[in-house]
Every structure is written in C-alpha cells, then in structure tokens.
Design a protein around this ligand. Structure first.
Ligand code: FAE
Length: 556
C-alpha cells in the first residue's frame, strides 16, 4: 500500500494531521503514522499491516451512516465484518485508543511488571488484580491517561475490561474455550444448540485463529513448568486436567522460548497488551473488516446517547476525548441502525440510562437485569520447596482443572509471571455462581449503579474449594494469603468476565433485536445471562455470528 493510500487524504478528505488526532497516537505528531505503521507491520506480519492501515478518519458531526457500531470488541467486530461483507458501510465508535503506534520505548504496549501510563484507563495509580506480594502492596503511581485496562469499580465488584480498538482482546489471556454442549443448552435454552455446534462455534474458532499448545513441547519447556505442576497436583487428587485452546500464536511462542524472536508471552506481557504473538481482534476480525474498505473506526470517541431521529433512524451523540479523558468535541450523527457492542457493562449502562431518561422509552423491563460475573474467583497455593513453579512463566494459560459437573468449578491454571521463583500455584476459577445483579439509574448523580454484593462470591469460593481443599489435603500444602491483601486467601473482589444486562430473548428478541425500537441491536456479552461455564469470548463471538447472519438475512 502506498504512503498516500495509508496516510494521505482519505475518501472523506481527512488529512494526515486529522488521522493522528483521531487515533490518539502515543507519540503525537513526533512520528508519522505511516512510519509507525510500517515499523509495526514488520514485527507483526501482513495481517497486522492491514489491521493498522488507517481508516478514513474520525466520524464528523452531522454525518449520516447506514450502520453505527458502539465498541470494537468481539461482538462489534463480528457485526462489522459480516455487514461489510454483505455490502453495508459500517462506522465503529470506540472510546479507547487505536493501539497501533509505538511509544517512546519502541513498544505499543507496556510490560506487566513495569506498568506506565499506558496500563490503566484514567487512573493515577495502578489497580492490579493481584494487589499484594508477600503481603506488601505493589500498586504504583502512574500518569492519568487513556490506558488499555479499565478497572471499573461497580460497588461490590471491580470489573476489568479492555479499552481500545479490539476491546477485551487487547488485554485478555486469549483462552478460547467452547463450552460443553449441555452447559450451553442450559445457559441459552432459546438458541438452537445443534446449529451453534455445527456452524457458529466452528465459524468463531476459525475467525479468531484458535489453536492448541503442542503437548510434547509443553512437557519439556521451562516456561510451562508452573502448568505442569498444576497438572500433576490436579491429577494426583483425581481431577481431570484439560489443555485449553488459545488465540496466541503457538509457533511464535516456541520461537520466543528458543530465543530467536522478540519475547512477549514469555516475557510476561498480557494484562497491558502483547507486543507480539497474540492474535487479538486487530489481527483477525478487524483486519478482515478493514480490508473490505467498508469499515471505518473512530477511536477516542465515546457514545453518550442514542434516540430516535426526527426523519427516521437514530440520533447518536458522541464525545470525542483526548488522552487525559477530557471531551474535546461533542458530535451528533444519524444512523439507520445501531449495534450496541460496548461490552456487558458498557452496553448495560447506556441502555439503562437511555431507558430511564426517556431517550429510548420503548425498551422493556428486562434492561439492566441478569448480570453475572461468570463466577470468577482467584486463589493461590503455596507449594513445597521441591515443587518450584519456575522463574520464567509464559503469561498465556494453556490448561485447566475441570470439576464443573461434580463441584461447579472450572479452574484455569494461571501463571504468576513475576520473574522470580515464588513456589506459588495460581488459579482463576469459573464457577456456577447463581447470583445475578441488576443495573439501575440513579437520577440524583446521573450514574448507573450495579447492586452486586461482595458476599455474593461465597458460592464461588465454596465451589472453588471443591478443587483446592482436596489438592491441599493431598499435597500437604496451604493457600497463599499474601496475594490479595494481608491474610486474604480469595480474590473475590473482581471479575474479568462480565456478562448480561441485556439478556437474549428477554431484553431483546431471540437474535438481539431490542424490543420497542426497530433498528437497535445488542450483539456483545450483555446478551449472555451471567455465566458461560468457561472463559466467554468464543461464546460471545459465536452468538454474534449466529445473530448477525439472521439480521443480515431478514432486516437489511
Ligand atoms: P468488549 O471486548 O469489552 O468490547 C467492548 C468495547 O466497547 C471496548 O473496547 C470498550 O472500550 C468499548 N466501549 C464501551 N463503552 C463505550 C462507549 N460508550 N462508546 C464507545 N465505545 C465504548 O466486549 N475471555 C476469554 O474467553 N478468555 C480469556 O482468556 C480471557 N481473559 C481475560 C483477561 C482479562 C484481564 C480480561 C479483562 C478479560 C478476559 N476475558 C477473557 C474476557 C473477554 O475479554 C471479554 O469477555 C470480552 O472481551 C467481551 O467481549 P464484548 O464484545 O462483550
């Protein structure tokens, strides 16, 4: 692609300077986007080059678009790609940054062990999921910036979410798990399970680039010693250990371990982005969507309102923000159709406020309901000195302990990539926690609240204990109590997997069409009623594939 094609005036007359402003470049005008894109593409391959090719530029006030998608995570990316392939022009609006330009250190993303301004969304101090080590707090001060990971405090729970073009795919562990059929059928009974498993899960897995670790390599490599210890302890207590697929490029990781390419997972990169190796949405669905020439993206733009427009369609109000989070412009555009893909919390907060304030009066009473944390709970175990877990740990988990049927918990054997030997085994459990919370609008403060209570994690703790109490008894080991505070065993204050708030077949019809307002759709994790029994993004993607196919066939 020529320099002009990448950075010159686009079809809508957007200038090079306009593109830099719109994307929230890390270097501002110091590095031209063409240079940065080329350098970045060299390290990430051709698909990445397509993904980072600039779109036409940020949306302009007064524009009219056929389809506007709010958010660029899994649901939004699937919708954009399939609509574009069907010949529809799509504009995506994303509140986070583009994450396509290296910072002064030459990297787009900062490392987990040295968080800087790029790490957190508008915070002056990091809010690390593991807040302590040996009981000491490890959070540090950072400049306030539109960083990549949002630790959103919603009353009784901190909800971690990715912010930027690619949504959660920028920060997550890439664990790409298809649930067991029977579990899916119980969670979403209105959806045809046969169709999901024969068509949409395979389509999602192919689109995401899902692959499995090579078991022979896993058995020998240093960076998965922690996972082999996890497997040994699980099996000795009679629990099945299962390999879990991932979107990380396993061949690349082999080369990292061999020292022949720049390290990412093996260097502990994960929470604040992976500079190499991970097939985030920027490299898969969004790269394909952009390659159609029909999809444009406005980063650092936040949707604040959607309401019926006088002449038909919907009037969408968008705040353009700078990297300090300040609004620099407020734009109003009109869209024939709007897809809510702002993530479970983002979509729920918007819809609850729009219903309560009368902007979308036709929404039904199910809006804001059915929210769950996918039963997330974390814990660590202290191993004996003869069971070291390794100084170098690949940040990408690749296995889990399945006690879902007997004890209601599926636990991923997670890394603790500190760079030193900790003798700790660390786990994120996904449990069958039945508690569900509701978002409500507080008119006095103009904010949306979630009524989740920290105590509602107790069922998750009990279910996780069905695994770890038995392993500790068998191994003669104990829980670590220094990772989430002093004398605190359970990481029960957070979730990585928010789900629900605009549940399928309740707040919407059986394909995500919002009741009461034709042309408005929900297509993200908000559709799923609080739990997927495993890590959720493959299910979010597969459901989006199913719904968008129907919507394209019948509504457009
Ligand atoms: P999501 O990916 O969150 O995208 C929503 C997008 O909308 C974001 O980019 C927002 O910035 C943007 N947005 C929100 N509000 C607005 C607004 N008003 N205007 C404009 N833009 C807006 O939604 N899942 C797995 O399956 N496997 C894993 O290994 C895994 N690990 C995780 C690790 C971490 C640390 C975290 C935080 C999550 C992890 N997840 C994992 C969860 C997964 O990333 C999440 O379920 C999906 O990203 C949700 O997809 P959605 O499309 O619903």
């Amino acid at each position: 692609m020529s320099d002009k094609g990448q950075c010159g005036n686009g079809p809508h007359g957007i200038s090079r300077r306009g593109f830099i402003t719109g994307t929230g470049s890390l270097l501002g005008a110091a590095v031209l986007p063409g240079q940065a894109t080329a350098a970045h593409a060299r390290t990430r391959g051709p698909a990445a080059a397509a993904a980072t090719a600039p779109a036409a530029g940020p949306i302009e006030s007064g524009a009219r678009v056929p389809v506007l998608v709010i958010g660029t995570g899994y649901g939004g990316s699937v919708a954009a790609l399939r609509l574009a392939q069907a010949g529809v022009d799509v504009h995506m609006v994303e509140m986070g940054m583009a994450w396509d330009t290296p910072g002064p250190d030459g990297n787009v993303f900062c490392n987990t062990t040295s968080p800087d301004q790029r790490s957190y969304w508008l915070r002056t101090k990091t809010k690390q999921p593991l807040s302590n080590f040996l009981g000491f707090p490890i959070d540090r001060e950072i400049p306030r910036y539109t960083g990549i990971l949002d630790a959103e405090e919603m009353g009784g729970i901190i909800v971690y979410q990715g912010r930027g073009v690619g949504g959660g795919s920028l920060v997550n562990g890439g664990m790409a798990v298809t649930p067991k059929r029977s579990d899916f059928a119980a969670i979403l009974p209105s959806v045809n399970t046969e169709e999901m498993y024969s068509t949409y899960y395979p389509r999602a897995n192919a689109g995401l680039g899902v692959g499995l670790v090579d078991p022979a390599w896993f058995d020998t490599v240093d960076c998965y010693q922690f996972a082999r210890v996890g497997r040994k302890h699980a099996q000795r207590s009679g629990f099945p250990f299962v390999f879990v697929p991932d979107v990380y490029d396993w061949d690349y990781m082999k080369q990292e371990a061999a020292g022949t390419v720049p390290k990412s997972a093996v260097a502990g990169e994960i929470l604040y982005g992976n500079n190499h190796g991970k097939k985030s949405l920027q490299k898969t669905y969004l790269a394909e969507a952009r390659a159609t020439g029909r999809v444009t993206i406005s980063p650092l733009h936040k949707v604040t309102s959607v309401s019926p427009a006088a002449g038909g369609g919907y009037s969408v109000v968008i705040d353009q923000i700078n990297t300090s989070g300040d609004t620099t412009a407020t734009k109003t555009v009109t869209a024939d159709r709007v897809f809510f893909a702002a993530g479970s919390v983002g979509t729920s907060k918007l819809l609850v406020r729009l219903k309560a304030t009368g902007a979308l009066p036709g929404l039904n009473g199910e809006i804001g309901k059915g929210w769950g944390d996918n039963g997330n709970v974390m814990c660590g175990r202290a191993n004996h000195i003869w069971d070291p877990t390794g100084k170098v740990q690949a940040s990408i988990p690749c296995g889990g302990i399945d006690n879902w049927d007997a004890g209601g918990a599926f636990a991923e054997v997670a890394p603790l990539p500190t760079g030193i030997e900790t003798y700790a085994s660390f786990y994120l459990s996904i449990t069958k926690n039945p508690n569900r919370a509701e978002f409500t609008y507080d008119a006095a403060s103009g904010t949306v609240r979630l009524n989740w209570q920290t105590a509602w994690k107790q069922p998750s703790i009990d279910m996780a204990r069905t695994i770890f109490d038995r392993i500790n008894a068998k191994e003669g080991t104990i829980y670590r109590s220094d990772l989430f505070g002093t004398n605190k065993v359970w990481g029960d204050h957070l979730t990585y997997h928010p789900l629900g708030g605009a549940v399928l077949d309740r707040a919407t019809d059986n394909h995500g069409r919002l009741h009461g307002h034709p042309g408005l759709y929900v297509i993200d994790g908000a559709l799923i009623p609080g739990n997927t029994s495993v890590n959720p993004f493959v299910t979010i993607t597969a459901l989006a594939e199913r719904n968008i196919e129907k919507i394209i066939a019948t509504d457009l």
